[in-house]
Design a protein around this ligand. Structure first.
Ligand SMILES: [Zn+2]
Length: 188
């Protein structure tokens, strides 16, 4: 099992000691533009939530990201600004993917191997751009386990309200497939 957190919300830090104790590897996907000052993720879809509880949607800055990376959490890219990638021109897609990877590597001094597409939105040309941008793999939101594309790794979405049995059932269904989604060791 590998747990991933999109958006690098500060609240994620609360889950990390438990994951460490259970030896479950974790990746946090950060928008490099937000990590500059840790401001709340004020994308149009979240404006009401941000305005109601800005501290809950505050994001980790570089110092906090560096600290959790020191503790074994992998830091991946969630682009620079959290755009809808399919709505952008190709050069803008490339800039979001390349600039965020370079910035994360510069600030944290370690490789940024993975990208998670904002809103899970990807396509042939977006996956190709992620590969060209130097990533080893890309994480989608699809839970279609038959997809074997390392640039569209499916994930089981666990959302607010998915606690207890509901989350356990979602994970168990995935494990029942007895099929590894992807091997970190074999990717470029
Ligand atoms: Zn996101």
């Amino acid at each position: 099992m590998h747990i991933t957190f999109d958006d690098a919300f500060c609240s994620v830090a609360g889950a990390l000691p438990t994951l460490r104790r259970l030896r479950i590897p974790a990746t946090v996907f950060v928008c490099s533009g937000y990590a500059e000052d840790g401001r709340p993720l004020r994308v149009p879809e979240l404006i009401e939530e941000v305005d109601a509880a800005p501290e809950e949607l505050a994001t980790m800055g570089w110092d906090e990201l560096g600290e959790i990376a020191e503790n074994g959490v992998e830091i991946g890219s969630h682009t620079v600004t959290h755009p809808h990638l399919p709505s952008l021109a190709q050069w803008e897609v490339e800039r979001e993917l390349v600039d965020s990877r370079e910035r994360i590597e510069d600030r944290l001094g370690r490789p940024c191997r993975f990208v998670a597409y904002p809103y899970g939105e990807e396509s042939d040309h977006i996956r190709a751009a992620a590969r060209a941008a130097g990533y080893a793999a890309g994480f989608a939101m699809s839970s279609d386990l038959r997809r074997a594309d390392p640039f569209a790794i499916p994930r089981v979405g666990i959302w607010r309200g998915d606690h207890g049995l509901r989350a356990a059932a979602k994970i168990a269904l995935q494990q029942a497939s007895k099929r590894p989604l992807w091997h970190a060791g074999t990717a470029r």
